[in-house]
Design a protein around this ligand. Structure first.
Ligand code: AMP
Length: 427
């Protein structure tokens, strides 16, 4: 299959040639003709499968003829500022041989300046739901919208944007095309799709919640207090050029970054406590190769598009198994090989099982020589569990005993009262 055969027109073909896209990916092959036919679509596609081009190319082609005097013609909603920027950059590189004005509306930037720019004939808007709503409440008109895209819809809903999305919909004209992309097929997404899609074509490019095939996954068993050391060892001994490392919490992200710095590894940190400006700066510096390690919490697992990132490391497994899929989707993008390594301690034994259940495959578990888990910690853990269980049993026994005592006391009190009454009467 070629982009040409899919019906993609010359200015776009020239642009993707410059980007060295040779053959369309699966999602592109299936989505492009349907979008060009003006159909609503519901697509489940993993990050890294080329889904941005799958909607952006046909969207640009559909808007190729300038419409004098019309307002915004396409709106693309995405969950995060980082992802919005990525989409904005991608669209602009695809549209480089076209005359079409795009703009990005995300928080953290001056609302008034954005409003001013919108008046200069912007046709495509890429926005996060909250900021778009702010503009709508300030008079932005969407009556000319022809295409409405929801990218990473599952993430938007998980982030609590359901209400905002529902508030945006009434601003759109009755007749418009809607394209919904989601990494997972959750109940929430299904409900939303019923509300906003009109006779959609379904595209499922990967099995539900499976990880991308080209990713090698492995888990190294290690003790909690040796994880940072093992990580530094892996990066050094295997000569990883750049790695993205995920932690579960902000605190462990900061802790890990400090530890890695002590080992002489240059690293940046991205998490929710960092300002948006600082997150963006760190990401840009990482992309420019200014440091080798980027430590991030799940907030950053979406919206990061780092070309040819070969390694993703889970320093800690995520609390939500679905986040594992999002995290490892950062590697092995668009058919390239990637490796996802998880460092798991005894306490993550059950988390990894949940992940395996979700992705429908076993993740091989190995031990790195010199980092073998201490068997005593295992025993201590089991002992703790046993102790807790025993404690709980004792607790239950005590409660039962207490209840029995209370019952007996109540009974004897009753009897004593009765006896007192009879003796009084007898007198
Ligand atoms: P996405 O899933 O949209 O985040 O895309 C993942 C990466 O694949 C991005 O870096 C795109 O530039 C790249 N990409 C998208 N489509 C193709 C293609 N047909 N051939 C090669 N690379 C692609």
């Amino acid at each position: 299959m070629s982009f040409e055969k899919l019906g993609v027109f010359k200015p776009l073909l020239d642009a993707i040639k410059d980007l060295n896209y040779e053959t369309p990916t699966m999602i592109q092959t299936r989505a492009i003709p349907l979008v060009l036919q003006k159909k609503d679509i519901f697509a489940t596609a993993q990050t890294g499968t080329g889904k941005t081009a799958a909607f952006a190319l046909p969207l640009l082609q559909r808007l190729r003829k300038p419409q004098e005097g019309k307002g915004v013609r396409a709106v693309i909603l995405s969950p995060t500022r980082e992802l919005s920027i990525q989409i904005y950059e991608d669209i602009n590189s695809y549209a480089k041989y076209m005359q079409i004005k795009t703009d990005i509306l995300v928080g953290g930037k001056d609302l008034q300046k954005q409003r001013k720019r919108l008046k200069s004939g912007i046709e495509i808007i890429i926005a996060t739901p909250g900021r778009l709503l702010e503009h709508l409440e300030n008079g932005l008109n969407l009556k000319d919208v022809e295409i409405f895209v929801l990218d990473e819809a599952d993430r938007m809903l998980d982030m609590g944007f359901t209400k905002d999305i529902k508030k945006v919909v009434p601003y759109l004209p009755k007749k418009h095309q809607t394209l919904l992309f989601s990494a997972t097929y959750s109940e929430k997404v299904r409900k939303l799709s019923k509300l906003i899609l009109n006779k959609p074509a379904f595209i499922e490019t990967a099995k539900k919640n499976t990880t991308v095939d080209t990713i090698n996954q492995i888990a190294y068993q290690v003790d909690t207090n040796r994880k940072a050391e093992l990580l530094a060892y892996l990066i050094g001994s295997r000569n990883f050029p750049q790695v993205l490392v995920f932690t579960k919490t902000k605190a462990s992200a900061d802790f890990l970054a400090e530890e890695l710095k002590k080992d002489g590894l240059k690293c940046g940190v991205i998490h929710g406590d960092k300002t948006k400006a600082s997150r963006l700066k760190t990401l840009t510096q990482f992309k420019e190769g200014k440091f080798r390690v980027l430590v991030a919490t799940d907030i950053a697992s979406r919206g990061l598009d780092i070309e040819e990132l070969p390694y993703v490391i889970n320093y800690e497994l995520p609390s939500i198994p679905e986040d594992y899929v999002h995290r490892v989707g950062r590697t092995g993008r668009a058919g390239r090989e990637g490796e996802a390594i998880s460092l798991i301690d005894i306490y993550e034994k059950y988390d990894i099982r949940d992940i395996e259940k979700l992705i429908g495959q076993k993740i091989p578990k190995e031990v790195v020589e010199g980092f073998e888990p201490d068997p005593n910690i295992r025993r201590k853990d089991i002992d703790e569990v046993k102790l807790k269980a025993e404690h709980a049993r004792e607790g239950k026994k005590f409660i039962k005993h207490e209840a029995k005592v209370k019952k007996v006391t109540a009974k004897s009190l009753k009897q004593a009262k009765k006896k007192r009454k009879t003796t009084k009467r007898d007198k």
